[in-house]
Ligand binder design. Structure first.
Ligand code: COS
Length: 405
């Protein structure tokens, strides 16, 4: 589809910005970002050079000022991030191109732990460069045997004088290979499990760090396994106190999990948009595809799922921005529901396109590949269910719910 037509369709899909979660600046942000994206972001059907595209997107998003929404550069206080703005931008960028959403989001996720727990010196050194797009950030939590089960992290960090020495491997690291620095979580051993982990800022050029093992995924983007072999990191690159790494990771994810739901929304809205165009122009059985009730039922389910997802995403974002307090449960609901719903919406769009829907280069084929990982990364759907259920059970135990009056 022509970029102009996509931009034209955008007015309708911003109707939700009149919901009470938003102020006038949010609507303005969405329209400005959409205009920029329709000019600057190409639809990369199956990127052959995802590294180069991401580097360019980060530079251009920095220059255009978008990255400042994901990275609190002045003073570097994570509390100042406006999560609704992050979500709006992810929706807009995902609508146009998964790599654009990826480039934007990873700057925030990769530097979020510094904004949350970094010393003033670390915040001043790293955050302005991430916000301007001069520096690329990455978040290195997962390991081969520690994806959902963060307590099983095996990479170690031991103190040696003025440095920590890191050993082990981290994997599934987005921006691995192109990042200028990594926030790496490793075991410092203050206590077993989650209480013995710490977070470090490690420059890509640190001796003993290698990011050469690249991982090729179905929606190509920069990703690698990191090897740490006696990797020396200055002790003042520790984030927060030793042993606080797990909580820092979870606080970072509380922010960005909600925004994964927003990216899913962007993919789903694009899928519905493409499906509507197709249904209105495809003739079969002597009528239009859109005249068939089975098509109409699909479109109705898609639109309802999108609105339900948007309500959960922006409820979580509004709660963080305005009402205050923890959003762990709300973020988990938003991420889980929006990503699962988007998978269904994109799948329905592929079905409406028929054979064309699986032809490489078709927008819905791209969406089909792009949406899948969202149900896995930053906490799989199963992890979100654990988080929601635990909170319910804890609240019930505290209030004595379940006991007969
Ligand atoms: N914010 C702040 N603190 C948090 C928190 C949050 N969102 N979630 C948990 N904590 C705290 C808990 O309060 C607890 O504190 P105390 O030690 O003081 O009691 C501590 O952290 C441990 O919490 P918990 O017992 O819930 O940890 P579990 O090991 O049971 O882990 C899950 C729970 C599975 C939910 C967690 O490991 C998780 O989110 N896993 C998925 C990780 C992930 O997203 N991986 C993808 C990598 S990024 S692509």
């Amino acid at each position: 589809m022509e970029q102009g037509a996509v931009a034209g369709a955008e007015a309708g899909r911003f109707a939700h910005l009149s919901w009470p979660f938003f102020g006038e600046p949010h609507a303005r942000l969405a329209h400005e970002a959409a205009q920029w994206a329709s000019r600057a972001v190409g639809n990369t059907p199956h990127a052959t050079d995802a590294d180069a595209i991401c580097r360019r997107l980060v530079r251009e998003m920095g220059a255009a000022g978008w990255l400042r929404y994901a990275v609190p550069s002045q003073g570097g206080d994570a509390a100042r991030l406006d999560l609704r703005s992050i979500c709006i931008l992810r929706e807009v960028f995902a609508f146009h191109d998964g790599l654009a959403d990826f480039a934007f989001a990873m700057q925030g996720l990769g530097s979020g732990a510094i904004a949350i727990a970094g010393s003033e010196a670390l915040r001043e050194t790293y955050l302005p460069r991430v916000a301007s797009g001069e520096s690329i950030a990455a978040f290195a939590l997962s390991e081969t045997d520690s994806g959902s089960d963060v307590a099983a992290i095996a990479a170690t960090a031991r103190r040696e004088g003025t440095h920590y020495v890191l050993d082990g491997a981290k994997t599934w690291i987005s921006n691995g290979g192109i990042a200028d620095f990594y926030v790496i979580f490793a075991r410092t051993g203050e206590a077993p499990g989650t209480r013995g982990l710490s977070a470090f800022v490690v420059d890509a050029g640190a001796p003993g760090l290698s990011a050469d093992e690249r991982i090729d995924v179905i929606a190509p983007h920069p990703m690698a396994t990191l090897r740490l072999t006696g990797c020396r990191v200055p002790a003042d690159h520790l984030l927060g106190a030793p042993g606080e790494g797990f909580k820092i990771a979870m606080r970072t994810l509380d922010i960005f999990r909600t925004s994964v739901g927003a990216a899913a929304l962007g993919f789903a809205r694009r899928a519905l948009h493409e499906a509507l165009q197709r249904a209105r122009t495809r003739r079969l059985f002597g009528q239009m595809l859109s005249d068939l009730q089975m098509t109409q039922a699909k479109l109705a389910d898609m639109a309802t799922a999108i609105d339900a997802a948007a309500l959960l995403v922006y409820r979580a974002a509004w709660t963080r921005d305005v009402a205050g307090g923890a959003i762990t449960r709300d973020a988990a609901m938003a991420k889980m529901y929006a990503t699962e719903a988007a998978q269904g919406v994109v799948d329905a769009a592929v079905q409406i396109f028929g054979g064309l829907g699986v032809v490489r280069g078709n927008p819905v084929e791209r969406l089909y590949r792009e949406v899948r990982a969202l149900r896995i990364y930053e906490g799989a759907t199963e992890v979100q269910k654990l988080i929601i259920a635990r909170q319910l059970l804890d609240a019930a135990a505290r209030s004595g719910e379940g006991a007969l009056p």
